[in-house]
Design a protein around this ligand. Sequence first.
Ligand code: LMR
Length: 331
Amino acid sequence: MKLKLVLASALLAIGLSASAQTVIKFSHVVAVDTPKGQAALFFAKKAGELTKGKVKVEVYANSALYKDKEEMEALQIGSVQMLAPSLAKFGPLGVKEFEAFDLPFIFDDTADLHKITQGPVGAGLLAKLDARGIHGLAFWDNGFKSFSANTPLKNVADFKGKKFRIQSSKVLEEEIRSVGGIPQVMAFSEVYQALQTGVVDGTENPISNFYTQKMHEVQKHLSITNHGYLGYAVIVNKKFWDGLPADIRGELEQAMKEATVYANQIAQEENDKALDGVKKSGKTTVYVPTKEERLALKKAMAPVHTKMADRVGKDTLQQIYKATGFDPAKL
Ligand code: LMR
């Protein structure tokens, strides 16, 4: 009898402690060995440590749970609690200002970029998500994108008539059109096959994504254009977040702060490693455009800024230009 009682209370205690644990499902679409994949795991570990096990972050990589569009919907209905979509994927949510990050050549380097993502403009952008039932926690870097195809991409004329897979951003659509290409929006998880089967001719991505999705197996040419930025906003379901006890939220914010430092530290390294991998594979010819070729691309793409100014918001754009010194009119 006594033993039964002890057993019952032990079971109750296990049950209680299990139910006291909060689970955060963190879904993303890239491979584990990428800046986002690694940073998500870092955050999961830190969150567990700082909350002393009260929070368990389960990371689902490589579109294992949801593809691009579905993951946004899953977050809003609460099927997952955390995501880190790329900034190009917020337009369909109605927050078009995020597409300013897609404007070609808008950031010269990460120092310029961080003036925005790690400063007041970035905080203002994240705050715009609240009205959509989403709370923005941080910006994480990936890096600058390069173009790939099965034919060399040296001159602007080389893009003409080619189909390029892009993320779901109107700015990226214009970017491709500005060089005579045909943009095709497609979920990240479908890109490899689309390249393999010739549904599209080429694509753009930071090298870490290119390499870890094995796109180098199905693209003969990679041109290191660094023509645009790809990074992430880490977001949570707002209702879930607001419902957490304040102390837990504080610990998670600390874990996110540390994960952000980590993410931004490793992003360049991961991309450098991936470029090495591509070169070593011998499957893709890597081309570095000359200064003149890159300038010609920049000039061809400059009108995208004026065309898209209304969409991304002239105020946001002016704030970015002011911080970084970029002036498309001067090209
Ligand atoms: C893409 O769809 O190309 C990227 O946004 C994938 C990612 O999350 O880095």
